[in-house]
Design a protein. Structure first.
Length: 562
């Protein structure tokens, strides 16, 4: 897949000899005077003067596309012995290394003039909170008068150039091109997400972050990493001298505490007391005096040496206090004085950044919130963040991703039932998997949780996501909250290999435009066994209300808890 980040490229690059690059990589030096002015690892992005990095993929060897890259103007190829074997007779020099994935970043950094070294770089890793914290960092850096660039799940930004992202962390060659473009666009600092996939696949090789941050770690991506220990160990690589100069680690969970112990670079710890570990008074920075403010919270951060600062985040939920505090501490640890940070935050009115698809509030009555929570913990946290400020019922519309981490599906179903009053299970991104089977696994967990939840919870299944959102919003009263969870900013839903446009925010806005206060509900009829699973008087269930004109859904199920 061509990463769109590849299209953000620096305007002018000093040519580098392919033979010099080979020598720098410790590879046999080809006898050539060919020069390169760019690096790509996907033939579809190749252009004149590029070094084409032919990577051994899980599906195909990139060397199969080298001829096309050369036809587009590539002047040299970097690959492994298996790739070289596919390239006999090619018209351009071939540089052969044992592991081209780990060579791609350093080679691209060399071609583009080590752009990371010309930026103040912040790299964020962790299971949840990377995107949010990156935006908070970007917001603070701008408040400080800096020109920041951003790389992450939602978008890539260099100066005025903004492109939607395909990957959270781009491929190494694309990433170095983006950083070089930032330098030429006058950007002076970088806030970026570093996924565990990126670390494992050497996408960030060639970058030593000035400050690396760790948010938290919970079960996710085990389909890729195999087990939690490997996932943790992969993240831990970011906190070694090859990849960062110093670390700020949130120690709100056991993994954070372990990461702080394991880090091989100087570590600053931050405890906010919003995770699974209580506030740790021994941490370097602690958060205190958290209080509701506007849509989010005000909080104070204090260093053991007495430095202190009070500010706020507009994003709801305790974990967003942790994200905001992490952003502030990372900037402080980069060398900016606390007075400058305090003044910048005061003049900006705190960390007010809206993060696309992250607790994004679309309306207040009914309150409709779109969030990216797509694992069990994130779903639990998003629901518990919204519960205290929900005056009526809390609904959640969500599903689980197909072809990914099937183990989490029942847990997500159970978390939804424990946290919400109305649970609508729908499709997320089915990818190539049977959609009904994915929903069934979520519903299994949800049904099991219904038995112990001890209060009334409506559980429904609506296969079509747009319809599920429409129904949930239509059924909400003005005092209710509807959380649409799992896809956040995403706009493409892949079903059976076909991409469909689907933006939860567009669907929710359309539903809100059609919304009117639903009729009050009739008193429930005395319930027999059948009535307890169907709402009285409505053939297709309470979640559908008059005016939506929806057909009856055979998948509908309603349960009244004990
Ligand atoms: C599991 C995984 O990460 N796979 C990545 C891996 O794919 P692969 O090994 O299957 O590659 P392949 O398709 O066999 O292709 C091999 C080589 O041929 C090249 N190629 C391939 C086809 C073609 O027409 N032309 C061409 O040049 C490819 O660019 C690649 O260099 O290498 C490809 C390019 O080198 C990546 O695009 C691909 O990411 C896929 C798209 C992906 O979905 N990755 C996700 C899981 C990911 O990385 N996610 C994290 C965030 C996770 C999170 O926190 O949520 C991210 O950083 O985005
Ligand atoms: N610090 C946090 N702790 C736990 N959950 C969080 C935290 N921050 C955000 N979340 C939840 O996780 C979801 C994803 O948040 P965000 O996009 O900021 O994280 P991410 O690490 O970039 O995730 P991903 O890697 O999946 O893109 C949010 O929608 C929110 O529900």
């Amino acid at each position: 897949m061509t990463s769109p980040q590849a299209r953000i490229r620096p305007a002018a690059v000093t040519p580098h000899r392919a033979s010099d690059l080979a020598a720098a990589l410790g590879a046999p030096v080809p006898d050539t005077d060919a020069e390169v002015t760019g690096v790509v690892s996907d033939n579809r992005a190749a252009g004149p003067g590029d070094l084409f990095v032919a990577l051994p993929g899980a599906r195909v060897h990139g060397a199969r596309f080298a001829a096309d890259a050369v036809a587009r103007g590539a002047t040299a190829v970097l690959t492994d012995p298996a790739g070289a074997a596919l390239l006999t007779g090619t018209s351009v020099p071939v540089v052969v290394v044992a592991d081209p994935r780990s060579a791609a970043g350093p080679a691209a950094a060399q071609v583009y003039g080590a752009p990371a070294e010309r930026l103040l770089t912040f790299g964020l890793t962790g299971t949840n909170g990377k995107t949010t914290t990156t935006y908070q960092l970007d917001h603070l850096l701008r408040a400080l008068g800096r020109t920041s660039g951003l790389v992450g799940t939602v978008e890539t930004r260099s100066g005025d150039r903004v492109l939607p992202s395909v990957l959270t962390t781009p491929e190494a060659a694309d990433l170095q091109a983006v950083l070089a473009a930032m330098v030429s666009d006058g950007v002076d600092s970088l806030a970026m997400e570093v996924s565990s996939h990126a670390i494992a696949q050497h996408r960030v090789d060639g970058i030593v972050y000035d400050v690396a941050g760790f948010t938290n770690l919970t079960q996710d991506h085990l389909d890729f990493h195999g087990d939690l220990d490997t996932y943790f160990a992969t993240k831990a690589e970011l906190f070694t001298p090859a990849r960062s100069r110093r670390a700020v680690v949130v120690v709100d969970d056991e993994h954070g505490a372990a990461m702080a112990r394991r880090a091989e670079v100087p570590v600053t710890t931050l405890s906010t007391g919003t995770g699974t570990r209580p506030l740790d008074p021994a941490a370097d920075w602690t958060v205190s005096a958290v209080a509701p403010e506007g849509t989010g919270s005000a909080f104070t951060i204090t260093h053991r040496d007495g430095r202190t600062l009070r500010t706020s985040t507009a994003l709801p939920g305790g974990y967003n206090v942790a994200n905001a505090a992490l952003a502030v501490v990372m900037v402080l640890e980069s060398g900016t004085g606390i007075d400058a940070v305090d003044e910048a935050l005061r003049s900006a009115g705190g960390l007010g950044a809206t993060v696309p698809g992250r607790m994004e509030v679309l309306a207040s009555a009914p309150r409709v919130v779109v969030d990216f929570a797509h694992n069990t913990e994130a779903l639990e946290l998003a629901l518990s963040a919204l519960r205290p400020t929900t005056r009526g019922r809390l609904s959640v519309v969500f599903g689980a991703t197909g072809d990914r981490d099937p183990g989490k599906r029942p847990f997500m179903g159970a978390a939804a039932v424990r946290g919400a009053d109305v649970v609508v299970v729908t499709d997320d991104d089915p990818h190539g998997e049977d959609r009904a089977a994915v929903r069934a696994a979520v519903l299994d967990g949800a049904r099991e949780a219904l038995a112990d939840v001890g209060r009334e919870v409506e559980l429904t299944e609506v296969a079509d996501r747009a319809e599920a959102i429409a129904r949930a919003v239509a059924a909400a009263r003005g005092v209710d909250t509807v959380l649409v969870a799992g896809r956040g900013h995403e706009t493409i839903q892949e079903i059976a290999g076909v991409d469909h446009h689907l933006d939860d925010r567009e669907e929710a806005r359309a539903a809100l435009a059609a919304w009117s206060e639903p009729e009050p509900e009739p008193e429930p009829e005395p319930a027999g066994p059948a009535a307890s699973r169907r709402s009285a008087g409505r053939p297709d269930g309470r979640i559908d209300h008059e005016g939506t004109n929806r057909p009856a859904r055979p998948e509908y199920e309603r349960t009244e808890g004990a």
